[in-house]
Structures are given as C-alpha cells and as structure tokens.
Design a protein. Structure first.
Length: 246
C-alpha cells in the first residue's frame, strides 16, 4: 500500500497513481477530502494536500485482486508477525481493523478477538475478505469510509495500520475523535505506518505523531518500535481526569 517493495509501487507513486492505495485501507471521502474529478492537489513539495479520495482508488482492484501482495509479500508477513507480537493482551473482546483490504491480516487477528470488525471502502475487496475469513465466524465486515463513516459500538482493540497518512491533518483529527468515542476503558490502539517517502498528505512519522498528540487526553503510549521500513506504536486508553467543580 506504500511506495516500497515491490518496485512497481515506486513506479506507481512516481506516475501519480499511488493515491489508489487508500481504497484498500478504508479511507474515504470526508469533510475536507478531495472531491474534484481531476488529480488531487499537490503542495509545492509534491505532497498531496488533501485526504485521498477513494473514488480515485477503486480502479486498482479492477485489474488485480491483490495489487500490493498482501498475501505474499515478505514485508507484509514480517509486519503482521510484529503487529501480533506487539499486542499487549492475548485476547480481546471486541476488535476493529480500519482498512482491512482483502482480509489477510484480519484472518491472522481473528483468533485473538471474540468479535472483530473489518472496514474498507471497496465492495469487491470486502467480498474477498469475507471469502478469506469464511472460517472465522467472529469476524464481520462493513463498507465504511473513515473518518466520515464509523461503525457502531465500542472496542478494546483498534488497529490503524498504514492508513492515517492518507488523511490530511484535519481528517486525522477527525479520526482521532472517532477513536476517542469508540474505545473502551484501557483499550489498546495500534498504529503501524511505513516510513518511506511518499506523495501522501502525511509521512508515516507525521501520521503517527499527529495521532499520538491528538489522543493525549485519552490515550498514552504503551510501547513503540521501528524498523528501517515501518514504525509500530501501541497506545492504551486512559480514564479522563475528573476535576472537582468548586
């Protein structure tokens, strides 16, 4: 989903097509998102200035069922293993995966959750995810474009993997607000983001640090790690301070 292995992803980004990737991650048109039929506006540095609109991205799956090799990439396999290992708890009551794509990681995560909801914005992608997770009766999928749409319920695990940097800062703040309203007490929030150069509105570090800063009033950092390719941040929700009113 990022401009990294395989090399074709670099070609895609350089050609201006890398914006396609957020369709796989549950990113959709929200307030402030790009809505014009042309290419998304770029900043003087070449970065996209607005949240990437999923209408640009649905075409990616028209020609390939797994264009970013989620099922076969060594990068993805290593990242999935590290993400599972980083989960502070052995099991969760209610998990949410924002941007489940074709359900590769969903299938690995489902044994750790009593119930798990996967979000994405491309109907055919969700069909593939449902087929892949047919042996996981505790998993359900919803068509939802965050942060404009969000599932009902509250969760003790929310996974945001390689998603937040497709948002501009205003929509990142909206995502944080969505999470704030959806976490159970002492829920775990897991952020995973690639660290390479992209044309997305935010870098991996900007997305992660922006989320952490925005969530400071309801979540604290529990653990952090990084490789040459990605960073992984685990936050835990905290009870808000209750101050007495004179």
């Amino acid at each position: 989903m990022r401009d990294r292995k395989p090399a074709s992803r670099r070609t895609l980004l350089q050609s201006g097509g890398a914006v396609v990737t957020s369709a796989m991650l549950g990113i959709g048109r929200a307030a402030g998102a790009e809505t014009s039929p042309g290419s998304p506006a770029e900043t003087p540095t070449g970065r996209r200035s607005k949240t990437l609109d999923t209408e640009y991205f649905k075409g990616m799956y028209a020609t390939e069922s797994d264009p970013w090799r989620f099922a076969s990439s060594p990068y993805e396999r290593a990242k999935y293993a590290a993400t599972l290992a980083a989960l502070p708890r052995a099991r969760y009551a209610s998990g949410l995966e924002v941007g489940c794509s074709i359900g590769v990681f969903t299938h690995e995560l489902c044994p750790r959750c009593d119930a798990l909801v996967g979000l994405d914005v491309v109907p055919s992608v969700l069909d593939a995810a449902r087929a892949r997770c047919a042996d996981c009766p505790n998993v359900s999928f919803q068509l939802a474009a965050v942060p404009g749409a969000w599932p009902e319920g509250r969760f003790d695990l929310i996974l945001i993997s390689e998603v937040a940097y497709y948002l501009d800062r205003a929509d990142l703040a909206r995502l944080v607000a969505r999470v704030r309203g959806a976490v159970l007490p002492e829920a775990d929030i897991v952020l995973v983001h690639w660290l390479g150069v992209t044309h997305y509105p935010l870098s991996g570090d900007e997305a992660a640090e922006g989320f952490i800063a925005g969530a400071h009033d309801f979540a604290r950092v529990l653990k952090q790690s990084r490789t040459a390719e990605y960073r992984l941040d685990v936050l835990r929700s905290i009870e808000p301070d209750v101050k007495s009113v004179p």
